[in-house]
Structures are given as C-alpha cells and as structure tokens.
Design a binder for this molecule. Structure first.
Ligand code: P6P
Length: 327
C-alpha cells in the first residue's frame, strides 16, 4: 500500500523536495541540493528579468555566443548566475550551456552533469514576452577526475535523472520531473518561495492547438506540410509565441503540439538536443505525452556533438502520433 500522501497545493518547494527525498525518490541528498541550487538561481534571474526594462540592460552588448546570435545581456547574466549557483552548490561536476562553446569543468567531485539553456527565447526580452530556462540533469559516468566529454556530457536523453524549466511569465514557475511524474511550482517573489501549484501534471492525450512558425511553411518537408494541412482541416487554433518554454507550457496545460521542423536554413531544425529538446521530452513523456524527431524518439537520439540540433515534434500523444504518421 503506497503510504505516500499527496502533498497539498501550497507546499513549499523545500518541503516538497525533502518529502520526496524521504520517500527515496531523491535517495541521495545531492539531487535534492542540486534542485535547490537551480531554484535559487532561478529566483536571482527572475529578479534581473523583472528589472530589465527598468535599467535598460535588455539591449544586446554586441558579443556573439556559439550560435552566432546577438547575445542579449540577460543571456550572459543568466549563464553566469546558473554556473555560479551550481559551482557553489558543489553537486554538479560539469555544465554544458547554450552560451558556451565547450563544457565547463567545475573542478569538484560532484556526481551530476547539467545541460542548460540559461535563457531561451532571449530575443523576446525586449518585447516583454515570456522567456525560460531549460535544464537536464545526468549522473556522471566516468570515475572522479576531469569529466570526459564523450562519456559524461554526451549522454542520450534517456539517461536523464531530472529535467525541468523555469518560465518567467505573468508569474514565474518551476516545472520539473525526477522520473516520478511532473510537478509545477509558482514563485511568490514577496516571500521568495516557490509553492506547489500544479501537482502531478498530465498533458491532455489529444488537443486542438498547434504551434509552428508557418512563415517557413514553404521550406518544410512534405510530411510536415501534410500535417499542417490536417491542422487547418481540423480548424485547430494556431498559437506560436516564439518562445519555446511558453509554447510548451501552454500545450502541457491545455493539450497541443509544438513543432520545429527541418527548414532550408536549419536542415536539422533549430532547437538543440542537449539543453532544449531532451529536457522537455523527458517532462512531456512523464506527463503522458510524446516527443519525436519525426522519425524517432527524441530521448533515444545518441548525441554526436554538444550543440547538435534536432527536429522537434512534442506534445499531446495523439497529435504527435498523427504528425509522425505522415513521415
Ligand atoms: P523561429 C527562440 O529563439 C527559440 O529558440 C525558441 O524559444 C522558439 O520557439 C524558436 O526559437 C523560435 O524560432 O525561427 O520561429 O523564430
């Protein structure tokens, strides 16, 4: 008989993590501490995002990240904050970030490896659209010492021990899984606490919202064009914020599919496997949904490079199955 009682809405994140640790979900205290470290960094980034408009730090500073995109100042600040929090926390031994070409060796004996997009959708900062942080947690594979890229960093999504996102929106939320379901916490800035607001999140099995940049329709592969025509025939609602975490979160709550297909400009799609697609795919599968490259399960893709792109079809199981059926 499962003696575990469901924790009531309003439970703080700290109490929730402690309870789950006692239930041996996070048997090691290290994962609990790691989650707290990420949550703390999220509070700091949230504060800086909310100030961005006021002290005009949203403007680009003219430095390029590995993606060759204009780096928004908050990208840089978020990256520094998360790396600093994880370094001080001591539970992570290495980090791969969208903002850094190579992985960062934290030079400690932490047992976890983090893949992170510190601030996804940063081009939306200046127009006050919701943005997000996306993270994956892996166990290091090699014995102690300098982490080994091939073994410790380039792990398939199926190896994740935890994954989550922060959504800096009308309210700031932390949504994460450790492989035992998905839970959402809403941040109360006046108290500096996250409170359980969305216990045991499940994505509706079917839906009528599709998210894709139809401006690139002409360069999509035929199967994608066929599925989009299907969405039109079904008179689905087109909802595309241009901010992956915001689109994903809405679809998680209401049902829907998000697609970033191959295009002429990005033949493997635009989104990154290691620190965008794997995390959201772990979450959506834990919530009863599906995540595909179009021809295979995202979580089973064997990474070939740190900043590898993959096509992404993710959301309600029935919708992703239908989209994939055209391939
Ligand atoms: P496009 C933001 O740059 C991002 O990485 C995701 O957050 C978003 O869903 C996507 O790219 C938008 O890309 O090509 O449609 O502008």
């Amino acid at each position: 008989e499962d003696s575990r009682i469901a924790l009531p809405i309003g439970t703080t994140l700290d109490r929730y993590i402690k309870k789950k640790q006692d239930e041996f979900q996070y048997a090691t205290g290290e994962l609990s501490q790691l989650l707290r470290d990420i949550a703390l960094a999220g509070k700091v980034v949230n504060r800086e995002i909310n100030k961005a408009g006021l002290i005009n730090i949203g403007g680009a500073i003219g430095t390029q990240n590995v993606q060759g995109e204009e780096q928004q100042k908050l990208d840089v600040l978020a990256n520094i904050r998360f790396i600093r929090a994880l370094t001080k926390g001591g539970e992570a031994c290495a980090i791969i970030s969208e903002e850094d070409e190579h992985f960062t060796d934290l030079k400690n004996d932490g047992k976890y490896v983090i893949a992170i997009d510190p601030l996804d959708g940063s081009s939306n900062i200046d127009v006050n659209v919701s943005i997000g942080t996306i993270f994956s947690v892996y166990r290091r594979v090699s014995p102690l010492g300098k982490p080994i890229e091939k073994e410790d960093i380039m792990q398939s999504g199926i190896e994740q021990v935890a994954a989550g996102y922060l959504l800096y929106g009308s309210s700031t939320m932390l949504v994460y899984t450790t492989g035992h379901g998905v839970n959402g916490f809403t941040y109360e800035p006046s108290l500096g606490e996250y409170f359980l607001s969305h216990p045991d999140m499940m994505i509706p099995e079917d839906g009528s919202i599709y998210s894709v940049n139809e401006g690139m329709y002409n360069s999509f592969p035929e199967p994608v064009k066929k599925y989009i025509t299907h969405c039109h025939d079904q008179q689905y609602s087109a909802r595309y914020i241009g901010s992956l975490v915001a689109d994903f979160h809405r679809n998680l709550l209401k049902g829907g599919i998000y697609m970033y297909p191959p295009t002429e400009k990005n033949p493997d799609g635009k989104l990154r496997l290691m620190y965008e697609c794997n995390a959201l795919s772990f979450i959506v599968e834990q919530a009863g949904g599906m995540a595909s490259t179009g021809t295979g399960r995202i979580l089973e893709v064997a990474p070939q490079s740190l900043h590898q792109r993959v096509p992404l079809f993710i959301g309600s199981k029935r919708m992703v199955e239908k989209a994939v059926s055209f391939f």
